[in-house]
Design a protein around this ligand. Structure first.
Ligand code: SF4
Length: 239
């Protein structure tokens, strides 16, 4: 089966919409092989959560020197930074960039007041995550994300290949059919290193001030007590 390369401008739909997903990776490897063949420049924006560890392992089977970007807000758990160092050792050929915002935490506090995440988390995410990703994706043909359909209602219609209005790019999501159990089966089967906080009640891990233990095992520990449920990387036009 051959697939055509799609760009933001000529996107007419997911070329993998009728892909048979009964293989071991539920279509993920086939989609990744296509993506790394189709795009000269493609970046995986990885948060180093459980899905991220799976995707890094799958991507390394397709493109050993793949570009990975971690949005280093400067306010992540030490366990996350420790995991990134392990991944660098386990996959030495990968090109892992720690992408920092233009403002340090101190500069942000001076310009916008301290603990901006409490008063205006959307603005904080824009400064520390969205703008840095926008810069990282400048000139890039496509980017990879670990979104899964079962994660939330807003992600339930995600396709393998998506027109990304937010970043004017193509977003490739190889894990859309994976369940949380699939993710952990793969991690255990392949004895992958993962963030130790997962064993302490944190299924979804982001910045320290906005990550809490979760009751359900889903994303309900993120931005707990706030109206916010997404950082804005996967929604349209937020600023
Ligand atoms: Fe700021 Fe919280 Fe967003 Fe991190 S997750 S950038 S601390 S609002």
């Amino acid at each position: 089966m051959t697939y055509t390369t799609v760009s933001y401008e000529n996107f007419t739909g997911d070329p993998f919409s009728s892909l048979s997903v009964d293989d071991d990776t539920k279509g993920a490897l086939e989609v990744l092989k296509w993506a790394y063949e189709a795009y000269d420049s493609i970046t995986y924006a990885c948060s180093f959560g459980a899905e991220g560890i799976v995707l890094i392992d799958l991507i390394s089977q397709v493109k050993k020197d793949a570009k990975i970007v971690f949005l280093d807000t400067g306010i992540h758990f030490q366990e996350t930074y420790d995991l990134i160092e392990k991944v660098k050792r386990n996959y030495p050929s990968l090109d892992i960039e720690m992408k920092k915002p233009s403002l340090t935490l101190e500069e942000q506090a001076e310009e916008h007041g301290s603990a901006l995440w409490k008063r205006n988390p959307d603005q904080c995410c824009f400064i520390r995550k969205i703008k840095p990703l926008e810069d990282a994706l400048d000139g890039v043909g496509a980017w990879v994300s670990g979104l899964r359909r079962e994660q939330s209602l807003s992600r339930s219609n995600t396709d393998f290949v998506n027109k990304d209005e937010r970043f004017k790019s193509i977003k490739v999501c190889p894990l859309i059919y994976w369940t949380w159990e699939d993710v952990w089966s793969y991690i255990r089967l392949n004895k992958l290193d993962y963030n130790e906080l997962h064993d302490e009640g944190y299924p979804s891990i982001g910045c320290i001030p906005c990550t809490f233990k979760a009751e359900s095992g889903g994303r309900d520990g993120r931005w707990k007590g706030m109206e916010k449920t997404e950082c804005g990387l996967h929604t349209r036009g937020q600023s």
